[in-house]
Design a binder for this molecule. Structure first.
Ligand code: BGC
Length: 342
């Protein structure tokens, strides 16, 4: 089985798109702006191909619209309360810092280096973030490697090194809608997350500090649960966020963390990660703000992001894990998304 890589086009000097394909008919497109995944085409159970992620119409649109669709998020994904760490981070969401600052990893040009191995094809993206970019100390070199193999696994690996103590907690912000262009919300999907505990949020979407058991709540996703039911729940935490926007603590790392299924098309994605948590976000804020590649305006619940990472605002909660990166401790994390048909 041969895997093919096509350097697609170089429309503007700086914008580069890479296509990865495998012989099972799956193709993925990435671009150097934000080390972003801009399309994933997979067959459904009838063999029909469709793009299963939320995308903008053209690569250039990503440089004009700030949507985070498919992008690499960093240096730190999620929210941090500003002012209580050694260095003041940029406040870009009220009094807080979110997704690495106004011009985070998602809005930077990364160097892309395609590669082909016997069983996989991929692109390794590198970005040098200078000291005090968006307030973060340390000259940091980050890499994100995206690859696709024969067995329909999309693997993402993150590495980073720094020359001074800093914070680091990256993720990818791809939104899935496995119905492709057939349905413009994710209501008819089921979701499983292998997690006994989730974090409730404040009105500013910061963790309150509590860790709650999922038992007898709509956050109990340990068996496949229709998203329709979760989104319709009158549970206080769902109502406050108008859907899911919550960190789940994973029961096991490097085992199946989450599975998203669209029963009608048969498409399924299982996520395996070394990260300790996943943030499930159901696109609660989308409100016709931009046009998708389908030609439709984006609507609330158009897609679901399953962001593997450490817990948000970990720096202020000793029991949330450690996101401090030291010069002598290179960072590594890995997440695999397995595409299958059910
Ligand atoms: C956050 C949401 C936010 C979205 C887009 C998600 O990771 O949890 O609160 O609206 O990203 O920025």
């Amino acid at each position: 089985m041969a895997l093919v890589r096509l350097p697609l086009f170089e429309r503007r000097i700086s914008l580069k798109v890479y296509q990865l394909e495998n012989t099972n008919g799956i193709s993925m497109r990435f671009m150097n702006y934000g080390a972003t995944v801009i399309a994933i085409e997979t067959p459904d159970s009838r063999g029909e191909m469709d793009n299963i992620i939320l995308s903008l119409p053209t690569p250039h649109d990503y440089t004009k619209e700030k949507t985070y669709l498919g992008a690499t998020i960093g240096r730190v994904a999620g929210r941090i309360r500003v002012g209580e760490w050694t260095f003041p981070l940029e406040k870009n969401e009220g009094d807080n810092h979110c997704h690495g600052g106004t011009i985070g990893f998602e809005s930077r040009f990364w160097d892309g280096e395609p590669f082909q191995e016997e069983t996989r094809v991929g692109v390794r993206f590198t970005y040098h973030s200078p000291a005090f970019e968006n307030g973060y100390p340390g000259n940091l070199t980050a890499t994100v490697c995206h690859s696709l193999d024969h067995e329909n696994n999309w693997r993402t690996t993150y590495t980073a090194t720094t020359d001074a103590t800093t914070l680091f907690n990256p993720t990818n912000h791809v939104y899935f809608n496995l119905a492709g262009s057939k349905e413009n919300t994710i209501h008819n999907h089921t979701l499983t997350i292998q997690s006994d505990a989730y974090l409730p949020l404040t009105a500013e979407n910061l963790p309150t500090g509590e860790i709650k058991n999922v038992q007898n709540t709509p956050f109990d996703l340990r068996t496949a649960t229709p998203l329709q039911a979760v989104l319709a729940s009158n549970h206080r935490d769902i109502q406050q966020s108008q859907g899911l926007n919550h960190p789940f603590i994973l029961n096991n790392q490097q085992h199946s963390a989450a599975t998203l299924t669209h029963p009608d098309t048969g498409r399924q994605i299982s996520i395996i990660t070394t990260a300790p948590a996943v943030i499930a976000y159901t696109g609660n804020h989308f409100n016709q703000d931009f046009t998708l590649s389908t030609g439709q305006k984006v609507t609330k619940y158009a897609g679901i992001a399953l962001e593997t990472q450490q817990l948000p605002d970990a720096i202020h909660h000793p029991n949330f894990g450690n996101i401090i990166l030291q010069p002598d401790q290179p960072f590594y994390s890995e997440t695999t998304y397995q595409f299958s048909l059910k």
